[in-house]
Ligand binder design. Structure first.
Ligand code: G3H
Length: 489
């Protein structure tokens, strides 16, 4: 077990002597099910939060601190040092990803490698940004040197489903652009930050990265209350984002970089290639047990092919492989949140009571924290599973006869991240694609929804996101354009 008592504030790895919270894995290491104790983390509160904020404010020093004024090449060197040290921790972090959040071995390795690649690409993009701003432009007799500068202090909170990758997708661009940060890891996937504490401490000047542990309401809320946070960077749910925003006394001064909920639909047209569609919809709905904001969370299938789709799709879902994250070829793994199975069961009960049925034989079957994905049909709008994000292994299916039906639902939805459109001629359906692109931010043709490749913009409309993340866009989301101008006289 990891007894995590260190935290990073103002360049010092401090030792915590107060209360701690135990961290369990829902994976049992004994034959008889019993959550496994992985370690414990400090239960910090307002005093530590204020120390961390003061450190970040001091290091930023209204834009006059060492970090925001440091030369680009020196900031890059710090980031290169960090990523070098991070690479040494691969096997430990991969192991922790498997135990803490139940992510399969290949997906855990991918999360680590993708994060390293993200940091390295961000460094390259930052060099490019710097190069492209090193010139003067002239309009109407006014010369200008336009560049990008930091915004200030960033409070950074990441999600449990990508506790390394998505957290770093916020933290890394925020840091490299010259901001200073206070960062609190997610509730699950928290111990994997421990092996990186020293790398953060030794790679960056004091106060640039401050790392706290504890509950959001105990450490993040007091920081927001001071009104001294310039950017709230959060990937997670809108309830937490709204609660934190509401704490900020000058919310019109607060910038938001948010990645929130989504209800991405798959729309299956009558001429779709069913083999390809089924494989993609399986990947889109069941990858990491549906715990992805980009997961397909509602499937619209045309009435003409509904019966065939449901039969073949359900059989394929039943054929998926359940197991522990390290098992060869595993596709479904235990859910890390202890309360999740009960919640999933509530949604299933609600849908069944309102007329849906489970189409696959194994659907909804539960052993400890393993739940078999349930193909639910017909789903109607009054069901909770239609309305709530769910973030789990339920696959709600609706049928349609006219494309206006899923389009109207998408227009009514509070979310607008992505859509997947399946059909033989989809590539030539430009009016439909244009309409879809006005409802969401990414239209996937004959493929499931996903965030990557990380160079592509990742964002959403309505309640799904604020600002855009990607190797390219995140540098812009965490900075402001400033310029020096002079007249031609
Ligand atoms: O939870 C939301 C993530 O951004 C999903 O990312 O599509 O790479 O799995 P992904």
């Amino acid at each position: 077990t990891i007894d995590q008592r260190k935290y990073l504030v103002n360049g010092q790895l401090k030792s915590w002597s107060g209360d701690t919270t135990e961290v369990y894995s829902t994976i049992s290491s004994t034959a008889q099910y019993q959550p496994t104790l992985l370690g414990s983390i400090p239960d910090m509160g307002e005093p530590e939060a204020m120390d961390a904020l003061q450190a970040a404010l001091g290091a930023y020093n209204q834009g006059q601190g060492v970090w925001p004024t440091m030369k680009v090449k020196d900031r890059i060197e710090c980031m290169e040092t960090f990523v070098g040290k991070m690479k040494e921790k691969r096997s430990t972090i991969v192991k922790l990803l498997m135990w803490e959040i139940g992510k399969s071995l290949p997906d855990s390795q991918k999360e680590f490698d993708r994060t390293v690649e993200y940091i390295e690409d961000t460094i390259e993009e930052y060099k490019e940004l710097d190069r492209s701003s090193a010139k003067f432009i002239k309009h109407q007799g006014v010369y200008a040197h336009i560049r990008r500068g930091p915004l200030g202090v960033v409070l950074c909170l990441g999600p449990y489903n990508y506790p390394l990758n998505e957290t770093f997708a916020l933290l890394i661009p925020a840091i490299i652009m010259g901001n200073t940060t206070v960062f609190k890891p997610a509730k699950h996937g928290v111990l994997l930050i421990t092996p990186l504490l020293e790398a953060f401490q030794t790679s960056f000047p004091k106060g640039v990265v401050n790392i706290l542990f504890g509950r959001g309401r105990a450490v993040a809320a007091p920081i927001m209350k001071t009104g001294k946070v310039d950017v709230l960077a959060l990937i997670g749910n809108s309830k937490s984002a709204n609660a934190l925003q509401d704490q900020h006394p000058k919310s019109n001064r607060l910038r938001l970089v948010l990645g929130l909920e989504a209800k991405n639909p798959a729309i299956i047209l009558p001429d779709a290639d069913l083999d390809l569609t089924i494989d993609e919809v399986i990947a889109g709905t069941t990858s990491f047990n549906g715990q992805r904001c980009t997961a397909l969370k509602v499937v619209y299938v045309h009435e003409e092919i509904k019966a065939e789709f449901l039969k073949r799709f359900s059989a394929k879902v039943d054929g998926l492989k359940f197991g522990n994250p390290w098992d060869q070829g595993v596709q479904l793994t235990p859910l890390p949140e202890p309360g999740k199975p009960a919640y999933i069961q509530e949604l299933l009960d609600d849908a069944l009571a309102k007329g849906a049925s489970i189409k696959n034989t194994k659907g909804g079957k539960q052993t400890d924290n393993y739940i078999w994905p349930a193909v639910l049909y017909p789903v109607t709008k009054d069901m909770r599973v239609y309305q709530e994000e769910q973030f789990g292994p339920i696959i709600p299916v609706l049928s349609f006869t006219d494309i206006s039906e899923p389009l109207d639902d998408m227009a009514e939805s509070n979310y607008g991240q992505q859509v997947s459109l399946f059909g033989k001629d989809v590539y030539s359906l430009s009016p439909l694609i244009d309409t879809l692109a006005n409802l969401v931010c990414r239209v996937n043709l004959n493929s499931s929804c996903q965030r990557g490749p990380d160079v592509y913009p990742f964002t959403g409309r309505k309640d799904s996101a604020q600002a855009t993340l990607s190797v390219h866009d995140a540098l812009r989301s965490f900075s402001i354009r400033t310029f020096v101008a002079f007249k031609d006289n």
